[in-house]
Write a protein that binds this ligand. Structure first.
Ligand SMILES: Nc1ncnc2c1ncn2[C@@H]1O[C@H](COP(=O)(O)OP(=O)(O)OP(=O)(O)O)[C@@H](O)[C@H]1O
Ligand SMILES: [Mg+2]
Length: 277
C-alpha cells in the first residue's frame, strides 16, 4: 500500500504586498507520510514562504494547499497544530516562557488536553530531545543547541504527524548540528514526516532522503537526494554546490547510485577506471 499524502501544494504562488514581491511561482509539491524532505535554495529563494503556507501562517495568492486531505483554508488553527508543527527559523523568537517545562507545556495546554495528558506529552517530548534535566531552567540560559532542541520539543509535545523545521542548524557548531539532526532523524524513523529548510549541504546529504530546490520562487529540482545532488549544472544556476562526493560522482554518470560512503565510492571508481583501461 502506498503511503498517505500529508501535504499537497498545487500551483502555489505568493506575492508579498504592498511591494508586490513575487516570492513563489506556480509551485507543485506532494509529500507523503514518513518522508524526510529538505527544501534548499539561496537566500530569498522562497523556502520560508513555501513552508509557511503548510500550516496556514501565510495565505496563497494563487493555488491551493491541502494538508491531511483537507484544504488548509477550511481548517482550524488548533486542528492544524495537532497535525503539522512548525519550528521557526530563529528559536529565540518562538520561545517566551519562564521555564523549559512551561514552554513545552504551552502547546498541549492550548490544545485543551487534560492535565495528566499534558504531563505525559511534556515528559515524552523533553525525554526525546534530551532536555529532562533542564525542566526548571530558564530558556534563555540554554546554549544554542539546547535552545534549538527546546524549540523542537515545544512543537513535538503536541505530537504532530508532520514537523516543519526552518533552518534547524543555523548558528550551531557541527557537534550540536549532529545532535539536533540525529534526534530529528529518530522522529522520522518513528514515522513523523519531516520537512526542513537548510543552507547546510552536508546536513542535507547526511539526513534528507529527498531534496526540493527553489530558485527565485520556482521549483527547479525535486527527487531523491543522491539524484538531485548529481545535477551539478542545474544546481549551479541556483548557486548551490553539492557536497564534494556528489560532485565527484557527477563526473561518472555511468556508475550506479547506491551507497555514498567514501571508501565504497573510491572502490567503485577504481573498478570503473580499471574496466575502461
Ligand atoms: N514579509 C515579507 N514582506 C515582503 N517580502 C518578503 C517578506 N518575507 C519574504 N519576502 C521576500 O520574499 C522572497 C522569499 O523570501 P523567503 O524568506 O521565503 O526566502 P528564504 O529562501 O527563506 O531565504 P533565507 O534563506 O534567507 O531564509 C525574498 O525576496 C524576500 O525578500
Ligand atoms: Mg528562510
Amino acid at each position: 500500500m502506498s503511503a498517505k499524502t500529508v501535504v499537497e501544494v498545487k500551483n502555489l504562488s505568493h506575492i508579498y504586498q504592498p511591494m508586490g514581491e513575487v516570492a513563489l511561482k506556480n509551485v507543485d509539491l506532494t509529500i507523503k507520510e514518513g518522508e524526510f524532505v529538505a527544501i534548499i535554495g539561496q537566500n530569498g529563494s522562497g523556502k520560508t514562504t513555501l513552508i509557511k503556507h503548510l500550516n496556514g501562517l501565510l495565505k496563497a495568492t494563487k493555488g491551493e494547499v491541502v494538508v491531511g486531505g483537507k484544504l488548509i483554508t477550511d481548517q482550524k488553527v488548533s486542528d492544524m497544530a495537532h497535525y503539522i508543527g512548525y519550528v521557526f527559523q530563529n528559536p529565540e523568537h518562538q520561545i517566551f516562557a519562564e521555564t523549559v517545562e512551561e514552554e513545552v507545556a504551552f502547546g498541549p495546554k492550548n490544545l485543551g488536553f487534560p492535565p495528566e495528558k499534558i504531563k505525559a506529552m511534556v515528559d515524552k517530548s523533553l525525554g526525546s530531545l534530551g532536555l529532562s534535566h533542564h525542566r526548571e531552567t530558564m530558556p534563555f540560559m540554554l546554549g544554542r543547541g539546547e535552545m534549538q532542541r527546546l524549540a523542537v520539543a515545544s512543537i513535538l509535545s503536541m505530537d504532530p504527524q508532520v514537523l516543519i523545521i526552518d533552518e534547524p542548524t543555523t548558528g550551531l557548531d557541527w557537534h550540536e548540528c549532529v545532535q539536533v539532526m540525529d534526534l530529528v532523524k529518530e522522529l522520522n524513523e518513528r514515522g513523523h514526516t519531516i520537512i526542513m529548510t537548510t543552507h547546510n549541504m552536508s546536513i542535507v546529504s547526511l539526513y534528507a532522503k529527498r531534496v526540493v530546490v527553489l530558485r527565485l520562487g520556482e521549483k527547479i529540482l525535486d527527487g531523491p537526494t543522491e539524484e538531485v545532488f548529481r545535477e551539478t549544472e542545474i544546481l549551479k544556476t541556483a548557486f548551490i554546490k553539492a557536497p564534494q562526493i556528489f560532485r565527484l560522482m557527477s563526473k561518472f554518470p555511468e556508475i550506479e547510485l547506491d551507497n555514498y560512503g567514501i571508501d565504497h565510492v573510491a572502490e567503485k571508481i577504481y573498478h570503473y577506471m580499471k574496466g575502461a583501461e
